[in-house]
Write a protein of this length. Structure first.
Length: 149
């Protein structure tokens, strides 16, 4: 099946970042949707994060699955639709969230991290999460252009 480049890159990012969350009882498809929401929220800022889904997903050191030394990178680059059920779900999520068919369930979050990390990232210290699902905690740290608090 053919997908747009944005849907493909978004799906691969979801697969690399959250495929394990999809299989968790406290995660599921909502965990994939949540990561997709963060990416789309970053696109809405039209700023430092990038202006397109591709720019946001591939911005160095923003989504670890795309880092050169991350063991997920070759996995997400090689996965094919129709051959991996979780990737097929990631494609559906990418399409539905990327086109605005499915809503933002993260309340505008633009950052997240996995709680199993040895310590919270510096950017999260002293910040209040907006949402938690599975092993991911979400935060809204920025406002889109033209929006006020």
């Amino acid at each position: 099946m053919s997908h747009s480049k944005n849907v493909d890159i978004l799906a691969r990012t979801l697969y690399g970042e959250a495929r394990g969350e999809y299989l968790r009882r406290d995660g599921g498809i909502s965990a994939l949707i949540s990561v997709a929401n963060v990416i789309i929220n970053r696109v809405k800022y039209q700023a430092w994060f990038g202006k397109t889904i591709e720019e946001v997903c591939l911005k160095p050191y923003q989504f670890s699955c795309w880092n050169e030394n991350d063991p997920n990178r070759p996995v997400l680059q090689q996965v094919q639709d129709g051959k991996d059920k979780v990737f097929d779900v990631c494609l559906e999520v990418a399409s539905c969230v990327g086109t605005g068919v499915w809503p933002d369930i993260t309340h505008g979050s633009d950052h997240y991290y996995a709680v199993w990390l040895p310590r919270a990232p510096q950017w999260a210290v002293g910040k209040t999460p907006t949402f938690k699902i599975g092993q991911h905690v979400f935060f809204k740290l920025h406002q889109p252009k033209g929006c006020s608090k």
